[in-house]
Ligand binder design. Structure first.
Ligand SMILES: [Ca+2]
Ligand SMILES: [Ca+2]
Ligand SMILES: [Ca+2]
Ligand SMILES: [Ca+2]
Ligand SMILES: [Zn+2]
Length: 584
């Protein structure tokens, strides 16, 4: 062995004994692993540092445990202030364990900012649209899900202690990582009178026995002990306040809607976010990322809220069906009808109180962890395709997911059963699906998922209203009298105000104002060929209107005067435009 100088030896020793340095988060961001909460913050700061002109980074709320809820605005100030452009709002990770939304949001930001000035489509979009992105809504949830032992389904809640079992104690008995492997897995016990037996096709799985069959196992639920000695195990874990049942529209108490919290917007971060959103009056789309099942859901969240106006459904269908094509395997569905009814969710709040078009994307499909070759797949059954209600029962069986784990990620998703001595149950076994399974694709799948979901958002963003104002006619009628016709047109799918917002008179419609001359009469031009005008009786110089999707709206004014006439259009969702014409 070659003799090493003392200092060189020391370096080698240090390198081999110290833990690897956490790689710094730099731009462009990487999507080969899920970001921890700290890395999400770092990534947002890195994006802001790299693109200071195009971004604003704000803390819009503070969580129960004091963590900042951060949101980034992407707007090019050279093409106008943010509020003068149609707004696209995106958030993710409202449920603490549904972490992909955070990564999709970061990808969207990185893609927009990195592509600006390079890709003409992206450049045009950033110049036209204002993006509001809150990658992680449940910051405490993301932190704890990744840092603490969990199952794929735990740590969804806001960190508001709730006495779930009404015993006077708060969050006194959550699941426990008995074997210290960082996962909350499942407990089973050998029991000749148990209700389960070993799956004959897959010895790691258990199946329920049929009447007359001999049992082999009793399933004891999530890993854990009875922390408070009340005879029940894991009956009161953290929360539970469901951040997507705590919004202030159509909220219902917990005895009607489980997990709704003690009152609407009890979540401090959630409240801050909602208040911030309310100031962004230009938000047209609210796109929220959850997991899982491969669904692009639109409202209403409850049947009792009534169906959306048909013109709005046309918009939802147009965007939703294109989303299905961009993200293979995803289905565009209706929340209450195809999934379940919910009270107090963010979709209802955003569509009914902000007048936004709202999609809830349940990302990650069972199909993506299937283990069937193309020739092994059953022919599509048209009857099943019709029955979208069967979406959960039609999932990929555990056996198949286990084969996927074995062969595609070398067993990483499932812990083999291992003996454990439980203080109450005695000799048991612990094993099953690990935290980073089931709802979350393994890291090699992240990039495809974040890219396709971000592209569905971009398709919607491309269909935000793009209003043009023309003055096709200034006709002298003699004296100082002129006939002026205006045309507002929009070649995109989305109108400048949702029909739901119009129906409930949620906020003032768009305005078209004529100034610089006396407006004698003015109104909607119903038929340009026959000169039919629906004249507005009072204040004809201000017209209230909505520019439809893929359409136009025309007005006619009779004005008296000379010189310059100014026509000004203002809209929450359609921007601001002014045009000057000469009366001569
Ligand atoms: Ca309790
Ligand atoms: Ca464990
Ligand atoms: Ca207990
Ligand atoms: Ca426990
Ligand atoms: Zn969710």
């Amino acid at each position: 062995m070659k003799k090493l100088a003392g200092s060189a030896l020391l370096v080698i020793l240090l390198a081999s004994t110290l833990p690897a340095q956490k790689p710094e988060v730099g731009v462009p961001l990487r999507f080969d692993q899920y970001y921890t909460l700290d890395q999400v913050y770092e990534a947002l700061r890195a994006l802001h540092k790299a693109y200071p002109q195009l971004t604003t980074l704000e803390t819009v709320g503070t969580s129960e445990e004091g963590r900042p809820l951060m949101a980034m605005t992407v707007n090019n100030p050279k093409t106008g202030p943010a509020l003068d452009k149609p707004g696209m709002y995106v958030d993710g990770n409202m449920h603490g364990n549904e972490i992909q939304g955070g990564d999709i949001s970061l990808y969207l930001l990185d893609y927009l900012l990195g592509g600006y000035g390079k890709n003409p489509e992206v450049t045009a979009l950033v110049d036209k649209v204002c993006f509001y992105v809150a990658p992680v809504v449940n910051v405490d949830g993301r932190f704890h899900f990744l840092a603490d032992p969990n199952s794929p389904d735990s740590n969804r809640s806001l960190r508001i202690p709730i006495d779930d079992d009404k015993d006077g104690l708060l969050d006194e008995d959550g699941a426990d990582d008995l074997d210290g492997d960082g996962n909350i897995c499942t407990m089973r016990k050998k029991d000749p009178f148990g209700q389960y037996k070993t799956d004959p096709e897959e010895p790691r799985l258990m199946v329920r026995i049929k009447p007359g069959e001999k049992g082999e196992w009793t399933m004891l639920g999530d890993e854990g002990i009875d922390n408070d000695g009340d005879g029940r195990t894991n009956e009161d874990g953290e929360g539970y306040v469901d951040p997507n049942r705590n919004w202030g529209f159509d909220w219902a108490p917990p005895y009607v809607q489980q997990g709704s919290g003690e009152y609407p917007f009890q979540g401090t971060g959630l409240k801050g976010l909602a208040e911030w959103m309310m100031t962004k009056t230009n938000i047209v789309f609210v796109w929220t990322f959850h997991n899982n099942g491969g669904m692009l859901l639109r409202g209403p969240s409850r049947k009792g809220l009534g169906e959306f106006p048909s013109q709005d459904i046309a918009v939802y269908d147009y965007i939703g069906k294109q989303g299905e094509r961009i993200i293979p395997g995803y289905r565009y569905l209706i929340l209450w009808k195809d999934l379940y009814s919910t009270y107090g969710d963010s979709d209802g709040w955003a569509s009914q109180l902000m007048g936004a078009y709202t999609y809830c994307a349940e990302v990650f499909t069972d199909e993506s962890h299937t283990f069937k070759g193309a020739s092994e797949r059953p022919e599509p059954d048209p009857a099943r395709e019709e029955a979208v209600r069967d979406i959960f029962s039609g999932g990929v069986p555990e056996r198949e997911r286990l084969k996927f784990s074995d062969s595609v990620v070398q067993g990483e998703l499932y812990k083999p059963w291992k003996a454990f001595k439980h203080p109450v149950y005695g000799e048991i076994e612990i094993g099953g699906w690990v935290k980073m399974s089931t709802r979350l694709g393994p890291p090699f799948m992240i990039k495809d998922l974040v890219h396709r979901n971000a592209m569905a958002v971009l398709f919607a963003a491309k269909h935000l209203p793009e209003v043009t104002l023309e003055v096709p006619e200034v006709k002298a009628l003699g004296g100082n009298l002129f006939r002026v016709r205006t045309r507002l047109s929009n070649p995109k799918a989305v109108p400048t105000m949702s029909y739901l917002a119009q129906k409930v008179n949620l906020y003032p419609k768009d305005t078209l104002r004529v100034s610089g001359a006396k407006v004698v009469a003015g109104g909607l031009l119903v038929d340009a060929y026959r000169d039919q005008v629906a004249f507005k009786k009072d204040r004809p110089e201000i017209q209230f209107l909505v520019v439809p999707g893929f359409g136009k709206i025309e007005h006619e004014f009779l004005v008296e005067g000379k010189g310059e006439l100014v026509v000004r259009y203002e809209s929450r969702h359609g921007g601001k435009i002014a045009k000057t014409v000469k009366l001569e």
